[in-house]
Design a protein around this ligand. Structure first.
Ligand code: HEC
Length: 124
């Protein structure tokens, strides 16, 4: 069995139906992320990695960013930031990835999660 399979299964079970998000609202939600992340033209790594093209991207691949070993291990196990994994991570970063360096409590509202993902999709 591939090593990433238990993670994938856990995600499938833990993630309720994913709502289609609203990118305009998501841009407002992204203000909470801006303390640490940039996205869009010329985005650079700051406290957190640049997030261009993050939806559908393999985790831990922003060039030159010093990821936690927790994130590096998950990346080695094949973690990809699809809507399911992103939703779980953004709702509760530390539950999803024990030892993550992202010191962010998480987005409590499901709509905010869906909206911010929709916004991130507008920056492929
Ligand atoms: C206090 C700073 C901080 C805030 C606020 C923050 N992040 Fe992060 N984020 C980080 C750090 C640091 C990492 C690297 C985590 C690691 O290495 O474990 C990260 C990693 C990520 C990753 C994984 C990137 C990759 O290349 O694998 C995503 C996706 C992400 N953050 C999205 C968000 C979004 C969306 C928000 C807002 C809802 C947010 N973050 C808020 C600091 C932050």
């Amino acid at each position: 069995m591939p090593r990433a399979l238990p993670l994938v299964l856990a995600l499938t079970l833990a993630t309720p139906a994913l709502a289609d998000g609203d990118a305009a609202s998501g841009e407002k939600v992204f203000r909470k992320c801006k303390a640490c992340h940039q996205v869009g033209e010329g985005a650079e790594n700051r406290t957190g990695p640049a997030l261009n093209g993050i939806v559908g991207k393999a985790a831990g691949t922003a060039e030159g960013f010093d990821y936690s070993s927790a994130l590096q291990d998950a990346a080695a196990d094949g973690l990809v930031w699809d809507e399911a994994s992103l939703s779980a991570y953004l709702a509760k970063p530390r539950d999803f990835l024990k030892g993550t360096r992202m010191s962010f409590a998480g987005l409590r509202k499901e709509d905010d999660v869906a909206d911010v993902i929709a916004f991130l999709k507008t920056h492929p």
